[in-house]
Design a protein around this ligand. Structure first.
Ligand code: 13P
Length: 245
């Protein structure tokens, strides 16, 4: 499988930007481009016809339906043609109190309907400074892998997003990313033998640093926040990633 570029718009963007981005990256064949846009925009996706772009939710509820005002279920995402969903982004862990337990429940809800979960893991600055980065991310990952049906685990993609690199303009060095990705893949194989986990890097990725990150053997793609909010620049970033393998 080729490299993966996932754009996480967070609570940003507009319909106009969506159209511009799809126009720029919809024809890229060398990389898989997935757009994780705010939920209302996912209802527009069918109108884009035969674009190569794929779609992701930014969040999902863990139950199938019910009295949970404001929430979106995994089967609703499927109905909108969505094939992926971010789970456990650090902003959700931080601002919406999502625990490892909840991240597992959401991952399972996705897998049950065939949505590929992009499970986000990452250490805080304090955890890194305390030398605990590998321990923290490995725990976040194994909590998930331990709890999902083994046969469905290959659908999971992991995004390593060090909290200190998100939105700060201070990306992890390619060497740091490589070290953590390698550790995550090793931890995954300890849980599920022969699992070939794909690991994306996220945190201040842009068109200037994407290539160096992608050259690392265990960086399988990128998860991009701010730099996905400008259509031309994002196309350049995708082209960098596509050309890097
Ligand atoms: P930035 O690329 O803006 O640092 O955001 C990273 C991120 O959180 C993607 O999920």
């Amino acid at each position: 499988m080729g490299p993966l570029v996932v754009a996480n718009w967070k609570m940003n963007g507009s319909e106009q930007l969506l159209r511009a981005v799809v126009q720029e990256v919809g024809g890229l064949a060398e990389a898989t481009v997935v757009l994780a846009v705010p939920a209302p925009y996912l209802s527009l996706t069918k109108g884009f016809g035969n674009t190569q772009v794929e779609w992701a939710g930014q969040n999902v509820h863990w139950l199938k339906s019910g009295a949970y005002t404001g929430e979106v279920s995994a089967s609703m995402l499927v109905e909108m043609g969505v094939g992926w969903c971010l789970v456990g982004h650090s902003e959700r862990r931080q601002h919406f109190s999502e625990t490892d337990e909840l991240v597992l429940a959401k991952t399972k809800a996705c897998l049950e309907v065939g949505i590929r979960p992009i499970v986000c893991v990452g250490e805080s600055l304090q955890e890194r400074q305390a030398g605990k980065a590998l321990e923290v991310v490995s725990r976040q990952l194994t909590e998930v892998l331990n709890g999902v049906p083994r046969a469905l685990a290959p659908l999971i993609v992991v995004a390593y997003e060090p909290v200190w690199a998100i939105g700060t303009g201070e990306e992890a060095s390619p060497e740091i990313a490589q070290e953590v990705h390698e550790a995550l893949k090793r931890a995954a194989r300890c849980e599920i033998e022969a699992l070939e986990l794909r690991v994306l890097y996220g945190g201040s990725v842009n068109a200037d640093n994407a290539n160096a990150l992608m050259r690392m053997p265990d960086v399988d793609g990128v998860l991009v926040g701010g730099a996905s909010l400008e259509a031309l620049g994002f196309r350049q970033l995708c082209a960098q990633v596509a050309g890097s393998v």
